[in-house]
Design a protein around this ligand. Sequence first.
Ligand code: NAD
Length: 237
Amino acid sequence: MTAPIRLLIHGASGRMGQALLRLCNESGNCQVVAAVTRKSPPQRVVDGVPFFAASELSGVPAFDVAIDFSLPEGFDPVLALCVARRAALVSGTTGLSEAQRGELASAASVIPVLWASNFSLGVAVLNELVERAAVALKGWDVDVVEAHHAQKKDAPSGTALTLGEAAAAAGAHVSYASLRAGDIIGEHTVQFSGPGERIELVHRAGSRDIFARGALHAASRIAGKPPAAYRVRDLLD
Ligand code: NAD
């Protein structure tokens, strides 16, 4: 049996961090060696997993892949740590600045990285459907409408922007609308409006587990790969 992939979970006390910690045992050959929270953790070890505060990041034990679902202000330190340790980074943190996207692209020459606005299989397929529809429906209006829980900080969502980019690549002018309400996990509608007809492509997330499982699968596939910027679809099988 090969040695387990050593994971660092960054943003461990958040909604996605909690889902990752709960599901990591499902994904087979993985072991969480560090869970990093923004503030000092109330307990140092939970279910055998060592917890660290963000201020202690430089002292975490050796790891193979960091999975980051935090906030833009937490992104730079975890990227720097991965580069310093020559470890892979899988990140789903949205709302990154242009400068942060640039740093991520530079890091890809040194370590394997995968940033994705959405780790669900359904949204990966939705992106492909949008690309095809935008090519076939030249001149139609394209609107991306998204709804998320009231605590979500960025708008439009990272997924909405990725879907919009897929349509814009075919020349479409894309408009966005965002709704923040209740505990909605994530809903995205891409509407194509032409003369006298409309198409709506819709994805609804029923649980954060779909994103967590996708990120854990990506982490298990990216470990040991050469430095590059990978996409979810590169690591699907
Ligand atoms: P959340 O607010 O519940 O959790 C974010 C966590 O990050 C918090 O626990 C916070 O304490 C922590 N954090 C903030 N700054 C930090 C720092 N400097 N160092 C370490 N940790 C820090 O949010 P969430 O719903 O778990 O989402 C987290 C991120 O993931 C958001 O950007 C969200 O948009 C994104 N997201 C992406 C996907 C995807 O598939 N790509 C899916 C869901 C959410």
